[in-house]
Ligand binder design. Structure first.
Ligand code: BES
Ligand code: ZN
Ligand code: ZN
Length: 503
């Protein structure tokens, strides 16, 4: 996508289309909308007076013009109530606007800085939200469409028109941030939408190596035999049933001072979760190609981090494997030894995410990091508890959890805490080993976290269960159906605040 910035007046733009906005229930028009309305002899005012356009959030109305202003069309978009407008509403409105423009077969459009000046929205924040919303909303996964490819519609250029011109550098900075974030999220969406016969553990390792080459990161891939010597018995127990070689992937970004403790982010990377011997029902099993969402998000975050050059050191870890049934697969009742030395009774082979994370978290703790955050499509129970509108968070450090919640609120990827009280640990006690890998009927998202907790030691740690938020069954204003790429914007927001040292 080509994003341009210029100083100018939107009513003077000779564009295929311009996007104008309006607040719901307001009589007065926004400055740019009013300027165009005057040139059109009150046409927009008329539409609002008649009730045809109300300005409700994400409402869209396309107008075709025959003169009056140089632009050929106007796309009116609702920003919702004036006092409620913020960056999230702008992202949504612009996601909706971008898609309507694409549907109309339009390839480029110009837009003023919506929301600027309202509720302290800066020119930079407005620009970032517009670019983020448009680029995220315009995402489409077309890799496997071989027929009628020429019918695929695409918007290729967006122009931000800044009427004052006084803040052009700020606007450009905001726009660049929006583009880096949206491209990283869309990279994650691609990895998750590709099927598991393409995105194998080996492919994830290749993607990590490519990022390392492109952005100057350090990449190390631990192969199966080395994982064996390291004693990663929990990770390897999951890989045993598959013919795909497992890969334990490590990516390092060193933006901080040499002696600074790094932050480690860990992502569950099960490239296909059949359930193993405790096999899943056929219905919706195909969706388990996205069980590597956590790992993909770690890759996307490392990519964005390197582009932002944040002054902070971050290590990304992806334990990558398939979970398959076979003659060599781990079986219910088997006992395995994790890298930490603890023994685990495998009750259900479908609770594989916590097995691979057990070794990844123990490995992460070896860095003596200031914090570990893991992301995982870990439990159906979390989907039952929170649905698809909030990521579950649990952990050992209230401050870390608060920061993640605040970051989520800020970027529109909401996070909600579930209680990780000590009593939940009772549910994962085993008769034969140090613990078992399932915790019985109640509180499935929490007992999974209680299991993970056994492997982080004293390091401040938070676990994000993204099982409900990583996939959309229905399109949202700036997230089409399918993989959402959740977590990248959340982690970058959090890491940015950490790097400023003010969080
Ligand atoms: N990958 C699944 C969790 C999941 C479910 C992700 C739905 C996305 C959507 C995980 O490995 C799993 O199978 N968990 C089991 C755990 C159970 C056996 C204790 C579950 O949630 O049913
Ligand atoms: Zn599973
Ligand atoms: Zn899984």
């Amino acid at each position: 996508m080509d994003v341009k910035i210029k100083k100018g007046r939107i009513e003077k733009e000779a564009a295929e289309a311009i996007v104008l906005s309006h607040f719901e229930g307001e009589e007065s028009l926004l400055e740019e909308t009013a300027a165009v309305d005057r040139a059109l002899g009150g046409q927009i005012r008329g539409l609002i007076a008649s009730g045809e356009f109300t300005g409700k959030l994400n409402q869209i109305l396309m107008l075709h013009l025959r003169g009056g202003i140089p632009a050929r069309r106007i796309l009116l978009v609702g920003l919702g109530k004036k006092k409620e407008v913020g960056t999230e509403k702008i992202r949504q409105a612009m996601g909706s606007a971008g898609r309507s423009i694409r549907e109309a077969g339009i390839k480029s459009f110009s837009t003023p800085l919506h929301g600027r000046g309202q509720n302290k929205i800066s020119p930079s924040e407005s620009a970032q939200s517009i670019v983020e919303g448009c680029l995220l909303g315009l995402y489409q996964f077309t890799a496997y469409r071989t027929e009628k490819r020429d019918e695929i519609k695409e918007v290729s250029q967006i122009t931000l028109v800044d009427r004052t011109g006084g803040k052009i550098a700020e606007v450009a900075g905001g726009s660049r941030s929006g583009q880096i974030l949206a491209e990283a999220v869309n990279f994650v969406r691609d990895l998750c939408n590709h099927p598991s016969n393409v995105v194998t553990p080996s492919r994830l390792a290749e993607e990590a190596r490519t990022l390392a080459r492109e952005f100057g990161l350090t990449c190390r891939v631990i192969e199966k035999n080395e994982a064996e010597s390291l004693g990663m018995g929990a990770f390897l127990s999951v890989a045993r049933g598959s013919l795909e070689p497992p890969k334990f992937i490590i990516l390092e970004y060193r933006g901080g001072k040499k002696r600074d403790a790094p932050i480690v982010i860990v992502g569950k990377s099960v490239t296909f979760d059949s359930g193993g011997i405790s096999i899943k029902p056929a219905e919706k099993m195909e969706q388990m190609k996205t069980d590597m969402s956590g790992g993909a998000t770690v890759l996307g975050t490392m990519k964005a981090l390197a582009q932002f050059r944040l002054p902070i050191s971050v290590v990304g870890i992806l334990p990558a494997t398939e979970n398959m049934p076979s003659g060599t697969a781990v079986k219910p009742g088997d006992v395995v030894r994790a890298m930490s030395g603890k023994t685990i009774e495998v009750i259900n082979t479908d609770a594989e995410g916590r097995m691979i994370l057990a070794d990844a978290l123990a490995y992460a703790a070896r860095y003596k990091p200031s914090a570990i955050v893991d992301l995982a499509t870990l439990t159906g129970a979390c989907v039952v508890a929170l649905g698809s509108h909030a990521t579950g968070v649990m952990g050992t450090n209230p401050k870390l959890i608060e920061r993640l919640k605040a970051a989520g609120e800020h970027c529109g990827e909401r996070v909600w805490e579930l209680p990780l009280w000590d009593v939940y640990h009772e549910q994962i006690k085993s008769d034969v080993a140090d613990m078992k890998n399932v915790g019985g009927r109640g509180g499935g998202a929490i007992t999974a976290a209680a299991f993970l907790r056994q492997f982080v030691g004293d390091t401040p740690w938070a676990h994000l269960d993204i099982a409900g938020t990583s996939w959309n069954d229905e399109a949202r204003p700036y997230a089409p159906k399918g993989a959402t790429g959740v977590g990248v914007r959340l982690l970058i927001q959090w890491l940015t605040e950490m790097s400023r040292g003010r969080a």
